[in-house]
Design a protein around this ligand. Structure first.
Ligand code: GLC
Ligand code: CA
Length: 549
C-alpha cells in the first residue's frame, strides 16, 4: 500500500477524555462530549485527534492500564459512541489516532488473570521470575511510578515485572504469541477505520536478556536494560511488515530519553519502522530529565533541544511538535509567565507552531490553562504523584512538599476543560470526577470566543497561517542568536518564501537585531501578540512572525 504521509499536513488535537467534555451528566468526560465539540476542534484548525486511552480499564493509571484492547469503555459511551465520533471526524476530514499501550496491560486483563494461574497459552504472556528468597527481588530495577519494578503474586507464587504501576504488569514481547496479539489489536482498529496510533512507551518493549542488575543509573534503575532494548527494532519491523504497511496509516512513538540521532533508527523515512517520535528533550528546559527534578527555566537549553531536532531530522525524518500533553504541567506556568499570561501563552504558540513537523495541541493549551494548585495533597488522583508525595522530600515542610507537586504533578494539567464561566466550567451538569481549576471564571473558552484578541483566537490565526506557508513544510530551519538567553529567533527558508519567528522570553522590553539577509522593511508582519504599531523593541513575551514572499 502506498504511504501518502498525510500526517505531514495535519495539526493534531490531543483529547484526554475524562476531562474533556461530559456528554451525559455523570461527571466524567466521554465520547458524546467529544462529538459535541468536533466543530470546536475543527475550528481551531486541527484536523486530527489523538485520544488518550478510551478502552475498558480499572483506571489505576487513568486508562493506561487496559483490561480489553478491542472495546471502548462504557463510561466513554462504548463502541456505538466511538463509531459516531469516527464518522463525525471523517466527515469533517479529520483523522483519528488511538493510543496503543502494549508495553503493559492492566492486571485485571484476562491475559494476566490466566497467566497468574499458568493457564495455557497465557503462561508466558508476562515477565515472571521465581522468588529468589531472603527478601530479595529478581533484580534491582525501579518502576517508573511505584517503587521497585517487581511485585509478588500470591496466586502464581512468583514475581512479575511492572515498569509502571503495580497494576500494570509488563507484557513479555519476546513471546511470539504476544506479538500476534498486538497485531490483532492493530488490525482490529485499522479495519474499523482509525487512522493511526500513538504508541505508548514503545521503546521499552524489549528487555535485555537475563534482566541484569543496573549499576549505571542512580534513579530509574534498569532503564539502560529496557529502553531501546535488544529486539525493539525487530519487533517494530514485524508490526510494520505484517500490519501497518497494509494501511495508509501513521504511527507516533513515545520515546523517553531519546536523542535525535537515535530517533533516526526508528523514524528515518527510508528505513524506519515508525513515522514520528514524541521526544522529551523539549520538555526538559526547566527540569533534569523528569518533572520531579525541577530546575530554573533555561531558555538556551530549550532552544538547543528544538534546534537539534530540527537540524538532525531535516531531509531524513519528520518531527512531532508539542509543548504540552497529559504527562506534564501546563506550559504557560513553566516556560511562560502567569503575570504575562496571555502574552506568553501566545508567544509559546508561535514559538513551536512554525517549525518543521506535525504540531499537537493538548486540550486547554489553546486557552492558556494554567497549573492546578490544590490546597491538600489528598486531592491528587495520579498514581505517580501520590507515590512520589508519600516517599520523597520527606524532610521538607508540608507546604514545600505540596508546592513541589504543583510544579511536578501530571494532575496540574488534568483538571476538566474550562468551557465557560458557569458551574463546573461548563464541563459537566453533574458532579465532576475531578476538581475544576478555580480560575475557570477568568480562563474559559466562551469568554475567549467573544474576544478577538484572545489566546484561542491567536491559536486559530497561527494554525491557519502555518498551514498557508509552504516554507514551514519544505523550508530550511535556522536558529539565530543561539547564545541569547532572552530571545528565541529562527527562520524557515523555502524556495520563494521565508519567515522569521521572533520570540521574547523576557519580562522587560528587549532590543533585538536581525540577522543578515532579513530586511524587515521589505517584510510583512503576519502574526504578533501585541496590538499597535510595529516597534523595534520587543514588549514582554512579545512574538512576531515576519514573512517575505
Ligand atoms: C506514558 C503515558 C503515561 C502513562 C505511561 C504508562 O508515558 O503517556 O500517561 O502513565 O506511559 O502507560
Ligand atoms: Ca460522562
Amino acid at each position: 500500500m502506498e504511504r501518502t504521509r498525510w500526517y505531514k499536513d495535519k495539526v493534531f488535537y490531543q483529547v484526554w477524555p475524562r476531562s474533556f467534555k461530559d456528554g451525559n451528566g455523570d461527571g466524567m468526560g466521554d465520547l458524546l462530549g467529544v462529538l459535541e465539540k468536533l466543530d470546536y476542534i475543527k475550528n481551531l484548525g486541527c484536523d486530527g485527534i489523538w485520544f488518550s486511552p478510551i478502552y475498558p480499564s480499572p483506571g489505576a493509571d487513568c486508562g493506561y492500564d487496559i483490561s480489553d484492547y478491542m472495546d471502548i469503555a462504557p463510561e466513554f459511551g462504548g463502541m456505538e459512541a466511538f463509531r459516531k465520533v469516527l464518522e463525525g471526524a471523517h466527515a469533517r476530514d479529520m483523522k483519528i489516532v488511538m493510543d496503543l499501550v502494549v508495553n503493559h496491560t492492566s492486571d485485571e486483563h484476562e491475559w494476566f488473570q490466566k497467566s497468574r494461574q499458568r493457564i495455557s497459552p497465557y503462561t508466558d504472556y508476562y515477565i515472571w521470575r521465581p522468588d529468589p528468597g531472603n527478601g530479595k527481588l529478581p533484580n534491582n530495577w525501579d518502576s517508573n511510578f511505584e517503587g521497585k519494578a517487581w511485585t509478588f503474586d500470591e496466586v502464581r507464587g512468583e514475581y512479575y515485572l511492572h515498569l509502571f504501576a503495580v497494576k500494570q504488569p509488563d507484557l513479555n514481547m519476546d513471546n511470539p504469541l504476544v506479538r500476534e496479539e498486538v497485531k490483532k489489536i492493530l488490525r482490529f482498529w485499522l479495519d474499523l477505520g482509525v487512522d493511526g496510533f500513538r504508541e505508548d512507551v514503545i521503546t521499552y518493549i524489549s528487555k535485555k536478556e537475563g534482566l541484569p542488575d543496573d549499576h549505571l543509573f542512580p534513579i530509574y534503575k534498569g532503564m539502560p536494560h529496557y529502553n531501546h532494548g535488544p529486539h525493539v527494532h525487530e519487533y517494530l519491523t514485524e508490526f510494520k511488515r505484517d500490519v501497518l504497511d497494509h494501511y495508509d496509516c501513521f504511527t507516533i512513538a513515545e520515546a523517553p530519553l531519546v536523542q535525535p540521532g537515535q530517533a533516526l533508527s526508528y523514524i528515518r523515512e527510508d528505513s524506519g519502522q515508525l513515522d514520528m517520535m514524541i521526544q522529551f528533550q523539549c520538555m526538559c528546559a526547566d527540569c533534569l530529565f523528569t518533572d520531579y527534578l525541577p530546575t530554573r527555566f533555561h531558555l538556551r537549553k530549550m532552544k538547543r533541544a528544538f534546534s537539534s531536532w530540527q537540524y538532525r531530522l531535516k531531509g531524513r525524518a519528520w518531527n512531532s511538535l508539542y509543548i504540552e500533553n497529559h504527562d506534564h504541567p501546563r506550559i504557560v506556568s513553566r516556560y511562560g509567565s502567569e503575570t504575562f499570561w496571555a502574552e506568553s501563552a501566545k508567544m509559546l504558540a508561535a514559538m513551536y507552531l512554525f517549525q518543521q513537523g506535525t504540531p499537537f495541541i493538548y486540550q486547554g493549551q489553546e486557552i492558556g490553562m494554567t497549573n492546578w494548585r490544590p490546597s491538600d495533597p489528598d486531592m491528587y488522583e495520579d498514581v505517580q504523584t501520590r507515590y512520589h508525595y508519600a516517599h520523597s522530600n520527606l524532610k521538607k515542610s508540608p507546604g514545600q512538599r505540596l508546592q513541589a507537586l504543583w510544579r511536578s504533578s501530571r494532575d496540574s494539567a488534568r483538571t476538566p476543560m474550562q468551557w465557560d464561566g458557569g458551574e463546573n466550567a461548563g464541563f459537566t451538569t453533574g458532579t465532576p470526577w475531578f476538581y475544576v481549576n478555580e480560575n475557570y471564571r477568568q480562563i474559559n473558552v466562551a469568554s475567549q470566543e467573544a474576544d478577538s484578541n484572545s489566546i484561542l483566537n491567536f491559536y486559530r490565526k497561527a494554525v491557519k497561517l502555518r498551514k498557508s506557508l509552504s516554507c514551514v513544510r519544505y523550508g530550511v530551519y535556522r536558529e539565530h542568536f543561539p547564545l541569547s538567553d532572552k530571545l528565541y529567533m529562527y527562520s524557515m527558508t523555502g524556495e520563494r518564501q521565508k519567515i522569521l519567528v521572533v520570540c521574547s522570553f523576557c519580562e522587560k522590553p528587549l532590543r533585538y537585531g536581525v540577522p543578515k539577509g532579513f530586511n524587515l522593511d521589505t517584510a510583512r508582519l503576519v502574526l504578533c501578540n501585541y496590538p499597535g504599531p510595529n516597534q523595534r523593541v520587543l514588549q514582554p513575551y512579545e512574538c512576531k512572525v515576519y514573512l517575505w514572499q
